[in-house]
Design a protein around this ligand. Structure first.
Ligand code: ATR
Length: 274
């Protein structure tokens, strides 16, 4: 029998680190499964998913730019994913495709490795797609969330999506805020942008925990300055790792060796840093 097929859909998708993570997970259990990259242009998404039902593709990771659009082509979407407005995981159950979101559980687990969220003040920088899953995770765990964004309207829109209780403000006013946890969710500080940071160095103080979801490079300016100021840092790659861990659980109904997935991911990230 052909090995069950899994994969990641994105556009572009060639830089995805998920194949390395899942190869390590499959290897550890000597699993007869393969995981591929599928580069799918936005206008080909519907056809690709119709074909995925039949082929069959047993499960998919979904990445940019398909996380919201994919919802239109699924048979059902779990409640958390529909509140967040994004699906990053698809499970093919006998030809029916169900969508889940494991970004929010991934974020929550990454944070809860380091601190409890209940009754803590969390400042989220940015109001895009990544922020939505993170804000949902923090709210779900009982934290008090404030979104700071360059454009106030977008922060307001996102806060309203999750019902009352979330405050909003302008990123340029960041020095007026105090928090237990600062989460940076924009792409500023990624790749060639590594020396750009949205956080003035005066904001950092001992006791603040800092989570920058950027993981290429492993240490950008924001993270370096936070560490220097005595902040504890949650590595950005942990969200990627734990969202993958949860995908594995959804597909195979068992836990992966997350430590082996982490080793594989870090090998890739260290190589990219060189
Ligand atoms: P994603 O889905 O990856 O989170 P996105 O939806 O494009 O990406 O969201 C990008 C976020 O980065 C937004 O919060 C955006 O701020 P605006 O809502 O004001 O556009 C933020 N962002 C992008 N470039 C920025 C910059 N130069 N300074 C501050 N914020 C920036």
């Amino acid at each position: 029998m052909a090995a069950p097929l899994y994969g990641v859909i994105g556009f572009p998708v060639k830089h995805s680190l998920s194949p390395a993570m899942f190869a390590a997970a499959f290897w550890e259990y000597n699993m007869n499964a393969t995981y591929e990259k599928f580069e799918v242009a936005p206008d080909a998404l519907g056809d690709f998913l119709a074909d995925a039902r039949r082929r069959p593709i047993s499960g998919l990771s979904v990445t940019i730019p398909h996380k919201t659009a994919v919802m239109d082509y699924l048979d059902s979407v779990d409640t958390h994913a529909s509140v967040i407005g994004a699906v990053n995981t698809v499970v093919n159950k006998k030809g029916k495709l169900k969508g889940y979101n494991t970004d929010w559980t991934g974020a929550q687990r990454a944070i809860e490795d380091v601190m409890e969220l209940k009754d803590k003040d969390v400042l989220v920088l940015g109001a895009g797609g990544a922020a939505a899953a993170i804000i949902y995770a923090c709210g779900n765990a009982g934290a008090r969330v404030t979104i700071l964004n360059r454009t106030l309207d977008k922060a307001q829109e996102l806060a309203e999506r999750f019902g009352g209780g979330i405050k909003v403000g302008l990123l340029s006013d960041i020095l007026q805020y105090r928090a237990n946890l600062l989460i940076h969710t924009t792409s500023i500080g990624m790749g060639p942008d590594a020396e750009r940071s949205l956080v003035p160095v005066e904001f950092f103080r001992k006791g603040l925990i800092v989570f920058d979801i950027v993981y290429t490079p492993l240490e950008n300016r924001l993270v370096r300055e936070a560490r220097r100021a005595g902040c504890r840092v949650i590595p950005g790659y942990k969200m990627l790792l734990y969202q993958g861990e949860k995908q594995f659980e959804l597909w195979f109904k068992k836990k992966p060796r997350t430590d082996k997935m982490e080793e594989a991911l870090l090998r890739e990230l260290v190589a990219l840093d060189r």
